[in-house]
Design a protein around this ligand. Sequence first.
Ligand code: SAM
Ligand code: DTB
Ligand code: SF4
Length: 330
Amino acid sequence: MMNACPQRTTKAVENTWTTEQALALFELPFPDLIFKAQTVHRQFFPKATMQLSTLLNIKLGGCPEDCHYCPQAARYDTGIKAEKLMSVDSVREQAEAAKEAGATRFCMGAAWRELKDRDIPAISAIVKEIKALGMESCLTLGMLTETQATALRDAGLDYYNHNIDTSREFYDKIISTRTFDDRLQTLQHVRDAGMKVCCGGIIGMGEAVHDRANMLVVLANMTPAIESVPINHLAPVEGTPLADTPAMDPFDFVRTIAVARIMMPQARVRLSAGRVKMSDELQALCFLAGANSIFYGREVLLTTANPEIQRDQGLLKRLGIEMEGKCIVE
Ligand code: SAM
Ligand code: DTB
Ligand code: SF4
């Protein structure tokens, strides 16, 4: 099929990355790593564009899982009260505002361990409204069965987000209520159903460089290659076990973005959580390293802060980075 998206080129992508190769990238001098990331980036994305996704929490709090970073886990005292699933009308209003502000993808998250079959009709109705607005749709609802993935695909869902969060080796220090393999299984169901995969992780949870490398190896070796890779900087939240995690060196965060770009040249790499605390200059470094997608258009992500629209628009304008128009083919 013809590639109708002017910012994209179709090139073969490697999926045989090893830990050693990934670590070798992390060990490069910072300028060499950024040069390499820029070189790869421009081959796949010749034009400087930013993909804009708006994120909405459609089901707040009360989650039974124990993800140590998460303010929505019921077991942690974070001051968040559980709410019911949002109505289709309220979600549509938010999506209309997002479209008006220039976002092309509407992403919705629910604080669930897994999707329940009883919620599929309501979720499908929401997806259909987003599609009717001409926006791309993305959901993150926890684990999915094969049948549920097919139901979401049938509703018209474009992307499903499900993160591996960290390396297989570090995973048990962060989550005990579901396994790394559970996550891979949901991702396989998403792929088998024919939807696009959005999958990434969190940096700054106390993991070592080899954990970052191993997380990226798992992501980069997924076949077919994943389309969307959110790299979240831990947003430490009072009351969660990771609240007092020591801050990481911001350059190591930029390095992770650069290595993700080199290993997954085809993907939109999203500078995800934690952006609000970054200076404009640090964000610009992340964009130079290869991040070309952001959460934009709302001042909250799921529960934590996100930059306001004017700040983001101003930053993109100052850097001469265009907001991405909707592509016909990805
Ligand atoms: N409950 C569903 C699940 O976990 O699959 C969907 C929502 S969950 C909040 C989506 C992702 O948000 C998590 O996998 C994690 O990567 C990210 N996230 C959650 N809390 C975060 C935090 N405090 N800082 C950075 N990323 C976070
Ligand atoms: C992803 O990788 N990051 C988003 C989205 N997928 C759902 C969530 C970030 C959440 C940050 C913490 C919060 O706002 O509660
Ligand atoms: Fe629940 Fe998702 Fe938070 Fe884990 S990350 S506690 S599954 S809402």
